[in-house]
Design a protein around this ligand. Structure first.
Ligand SMILES: *Cc1c(COP(=O)(O)O)cnc(C)c1O
Length: 402
């Protein structure tokens, strides 16, 4: 038996069975549908992309995996070189892992040990945001803040090592004033909080966060597992405000294989560098730097650059704004659009019950959660396909786009 994610297995409706996939289209035995979720926001180039598929096939003919403990190889070296030139500032040191959650764990471990290595033992706390989502492992759940995910922590009582604040500059300044001596890092999903409810906030908050982190010597971590590779309309939010540690996942491999990376800047790397073995970073996922994942990630980044994906994302945002202009309904709290993300937040989550099947019948795969009906489409989507996705969303409220 398969145990499915985030589901009460007793009452779960049957998942759609996928037998083929190409471009933005998923095929079930009955019909084709556009994947408006990009398989949890990762499949930015669409399915069965010839260049990406070929990258995996040709590497598989050489070798699929060797460990990074004591061994290295060309795909991982080329990917780390590529990330070094592709990422902003001095984010030059790539630590690979097999999933976003693990990569966030690594970032948090780096931040804590950075200060331990300096003998600043009192910096044990993490500052993070309300409604944050950073993964499903224990520490990431702890720095996260969403009822749907952190229930289990209630069993352990109060969270002592994490302070949560809303995305308000005043709250940010207060938290730094009060806690700066005990903070090792401030971790955020920059500009767009995904799984916590597709919440969008202003860049000025991050600019201020950077200033305060600099003033008080606190490391700034951007979890761009979801926002990286263009989703917010920026290549990376890190292009606008430079963090000390950047975490990438999801779209890193174009959604082909699970892989993630924690990228440190010079300052963080230097905090571990030296003659003392005990100052090394003690972490090493079995499949870190997997050769298939690195080969496909490298090609994914090359495609992103060569085919001007930022222009594609800009066009997706334009079409979305045009199609959603003036759309409203009394059941809707807010329609939010940023880059390649659109979210219709409803007042009552029950309003979205049945939407998935409704969308399916209109040739769209959608997966509403909390109060959010949303789309994060593959960037290769055509105008007609995108309009089909947005029309399904609008039609649910009885307001057809045509
Ligand atoms: C999805 C996500 C993660 C976790 O990534 P996994 O690969 O599912 O472990 C972490 N942070 C953010 C912001 C995410 O959206």
């Amino acid at each position: 038996m398969i145990w499915y994610p985030y589901q009460q297995m007793k009452t779960m409706k049957d998942p759609y069975r996928i037998i083929d996939a190409k471009g933005v289209w998923l095929r079930t035995p009955e019909r084709e549908m556009i994947d408006s979720v990009s398989s949890w926001w990762s499949v930015i180039h669409g399915y069965k992309h010839p260049v990406l598929t070929e990258a995996i096939k040709s590497q598989a003919d050489i070798f699929s995996h060797v460990m990074l403990g004591g061994l290295t190889h060309e795909p991982v070296q080329r990917l780390s070189d590529k990330l070094q030139s592709f990422l902003p500032g001095d984010l030059n040191y790539s630590f690979f892992s097999d999933s976003g959650s693990v990569a966030v764990e690594v970032a948090l471990k780096m931040a804590l040990q950075y200060y331990v290595n300096r003998g600043e033992m009192e910096r044990t706390k993490v500052l993070s945001l309300t409604h944050a989502y950073h993964g499903d492992t224990f520490k990431t759940m702890e720095v996260g803040d969403d009822e749907d995910y952190h229930f289990i922590l209630e069993a352990y009582g109060e969270k002592k090592d994490v302070i949560h604040i809303p995305t308000e500059i005043l709250a940010l300044e207060e938290a730094f004033e009060k806690h700066h001596r005990e903070l090792n890092c401030f971790i955020v999903e920059p500009l767009l909080q995904g799984a916590g409810g597709m919440r969008m906030y202003d860049l000025s908050f991050l600019v201020r966060a950077r200033e305060l982190c600099d003033r008080y010597g606190v490391l700034l971590i951007f979890d761009e597992v979801a926002t990286g590779f263009g989703r917010t309309g920026n290549r990376f939010v890190a292009d606008k405000v430079l963090p000390d540690i950047l975490v990438l996942g999801k779209a890193l491999t174009g959604g082909y294989i699970g892989h993630a990376v924690t990228v440190a800047n010079q300052k963080v790397y230097d905090g571990f560098y030296g003659d003392e073995p005990e100052k090394a970073l003690m972490h090493g996922p079995t499949f870190m730097g997997n050769a298939l994942a690195c080969s496909v990630a490298l090609k994914s980044i090359e495609l992103f650059e060569q085919e001007d994906y930022m222009a594609k994302i800009c066009r997706i945002e334009e079409i979305t704004r045009r199609e959603m202009a003036g759309f409203s309904d009394e059941r809707i709290r807010e329609v939010r659009i940023m880059g390649g993300c659109v979210c219709v937040e409803v007042k009552d989550a029950d309003t979205l019950k049945g939407y998935q099947q409704f969308a399916y019948e209109r040739g769209v795969f959608s997966r509403p959660f909390l109060n959010c009906m949303y789309a994060m489409v593959p960037y290769v989507i055509s105008e007609e396909e995108l309009v089909q996705v947005l029309d399904a969303m609008k039609a649910w409220f009885g307001k057809r786009g045509d």
